[in-house]
Write a protein that binds this ligand. Structure first.
Ligand code: GAR
Length: 220
């Protein structure tokens, strides 16, 4: 970067597990023209494989183990203290399997995005692939949304669909959805870093205009 160029927006990722979405973001952020920089990875699970991925990529990490805290509020306060050290422009929840308190969510309003493995508003919460199979859905998918106080209920920025076939199992469906996740999250993070998406009062603004329906990834 040249000296007179502004610093890139700072992205902090929170994950709990394997971190394949974190990896997709890392890979994308290594591209020469990516408009953001991943400054740290935070985990609540000390053994999360995502931590190994960060180490491989020389990304700073921190662990806030939820089991060491007596309440959600204390855990979130400790998590927030770690996050604030990096002063991030964007916090990306990438398989971060903790419910966040209202105080935490409000503190980072408009800077906090989550990926959820369903076509929201369908199937908030857990076991989304099995629930789509049980319901006989022909189409399933993934959503990326701004995080608000309502669990998995914030305005949806973008979605990608997968076709459900008669042969699909929970595992094959999860695999198909994850392939879409790895394409979609870097696109949305790029938009955010470019200043193209913002959280309005109760809706997503894209290039300053409220969107009626989520943006769709259409490649197949
Ligand atoms: C992803 O499939 C993501 O959609 C899901 O966790 C997985 C994490 O995978 N998130 C949720 O269920 C949030 N409620 P990863 O660790 O390989 O990125």
């Amino acid at each position: 970067m040249k000296a007179d160029q502004p610093a890139l927006p700072k992205i902090l990722v929170l994950a709990s597990g394997s971190g394949t979405n974190f990896q997709a973001l890392l890979d994308a952020s290594r591209g020469r023209d990516f408009p953001g920089q991943i400054v740290a990875l935070g985990c609540n699970q000390p053994k999360a494989f995502a931590l190994e991925r960060a180490a491989q990529a020389n990304v700073e990490t921190f662990v806030v183990n939820h089991k060491e805290f007596g309440s959600r509020e204390e855990f979130d306060a400790a998590l927030m203290a770690h996050i604030l050290r990096y002063n991030p422009d964007l916090i990306v929840l990438a398989g971060f399997m903790r419910i966040l308190t209202t105080d935490f969510v409000r503190a980072f309003r408009g800077k906090l995005v989550n990926i959820h493995p369903s076509l929201l508003p369908k199937y908030t919460g857990l076991n989304t692939h099995q629930r789509a199979l049980d319901a006989g859905d022909a189409v399933h998918g993934v959503s990326i949304h701004f995080v608000t106080e309502e669990l998995d209920g914030g305005p949806v920025i973008a979605q990608a669909e997968v076709t459900v076939t008669a042969e699909d199992t929970c595992e094959t469906l999860a695999e198909k959805v994850q392939q879409k996740e790895h394409l979609l999250y870097p696109i949305v993070v790029r938009w955010f870093c470019e200043g193209r998406i913002q959280l309005g009062d109760e809706q997503v603004l894209f290039d300053g205009q409220a969107i009626e329906t989520p943006m769709r990834l259409t490649d197949n």
